[in-house]
Design a protein around this ligand. Structure first.
Ligand SMILES: [Zn+2]
Length: 309
């Protein structure tokens, strides 16, 4: 089988939705590829990121990755000096346009900043409310329920995995890791398979160990060693100031016969009964200021016997 790259586009902000998404639709059409767009539906409070300057390591990362160039000033001030506005929930026709172009549309979240900054402190009911609102907005726009979800900022808890299970999704892409697996956390095994992001993101690589903008695609291509890889891009970055980089990457992938696909294509080749069970761990990650969810060790316990009723 031909080697594949699952392409995951996270849409975190209003600018990413309004400017990044249409530009990416044109880019993908030119390359004749399909991808998965995970949409934030609710308020854009990305400006709250300014307050994360207080967090150790964040300022360093902002400087290193030139966050203003990546996200733009408006996005950085949104929800602080500028009013918060709904993202995909306010653009149902654009959501339909993504699907009509042949791409997969999945749920990222309702409130990205809330999930990213507070998930471990949210009650199960609150987590359910967040996902319910996103799923309702999704159904309003597309007329059918979502088949997939990808947690903001690679943040999960046992509660969020449990809530995702209740939405009967085909798969989730919440974590960083090596290959598809069934997630286990806090002694429980969940029903929804995980298709992890396997490659580093642009902001994790830029400025690290001498890799600059020019070297990013080389770096990424040398990391593609498995038959199936998953790469995550952001509509606000690769859909705008870094679009030429993604354009070049797609050209080089075509030259190498690596087929770019939506994650739903990867999910189709999963045989659930054969998937290994892995722990999900939340730990520090190279190039990131905070901790994020990762595929941990292979679990010795069987997936099937410990599922919640
Ligand atoms: Zn995101």
């Amino acid at each position: 089988m031909v080697d594949r790259l699952g392409l995951k586009v996270d849409v975190d902000t209003l600018e990413g939705m309004r400017e990044g998404v249409p530009a990416l639709l044109r880019l993908f059409e030119r390359h004749d590829i399909r991808a998965t767009f995970f949409l934030s539906f609710g308020p854009d409070q990305s400006g709250r990121a300014v307050f994360r300057l207080m967090r150790p390591g964040f300022l360093k990362k902002m400087m290193r990755t030139r966050a203003v160039e990546m996200y733009g000033w408006r996005a950085m001030l949104r929800g602080t000096l500028l009013p918060a506005t709904w993202i995909a929930a306010n653009s149902p026709s654009l959501v339909r346009e993504i699907e009509a172009a042949g791409h997969e549309v999945g749920v990222h979240c309702w409130n990205h900043v809330l999930w990213q900054d507070h998930l471990p402190r949210l009650s199960r009911e609150r987590v359910e409310e967040e996902l319910r609102r996103a799923v309702d907005a999704y159904v309003d726009a597309l007329g059918h329920p979502p088949h997939s979800c990808a947690a903001p900022a690679w943040m999960v808890t046992a509660s969020s995995l449990e809530v995702q299970d209740s939405f009967a999704l085909d798969y989730c892409s919440d974590v960083r890791g090596e290959a598809a697996f069934m997630p286990r956390m806090n002694g429980r095994t969940f029903r929804t398979p995980q298709i992890p992001t396997t490659l580093p993101t642009l902001d994790e690589v830029l400025g690290v160990e001498g890799v600059g903008r020019e070297g990013f695609n080389d770096h990424l291509l040398t990391r593609m060693i498995r038959p199936s890889e998953v790469h995550t891009v952001h509509a606000e970055a690769e859909g705008r100031a870094y679009r030429d980089l993604l354009d070049e990457l797609l050209t080089r992938l075509a030259e190498r016969d690596r087929k770019v696909v939506p994650l739903s294509d990867l999910a189709l080749s999963i045989r659930l009964e054969e998937l290994p069970v892995h722990e999900v761990v939340v730990e520090a990650f190279p190039g990131r200021a905070g901790r994020l969810a990762q595929q941990g060790e292979l679990s010795r316990d069987s997936a099937r016997e410990s599922q919640p009723a």
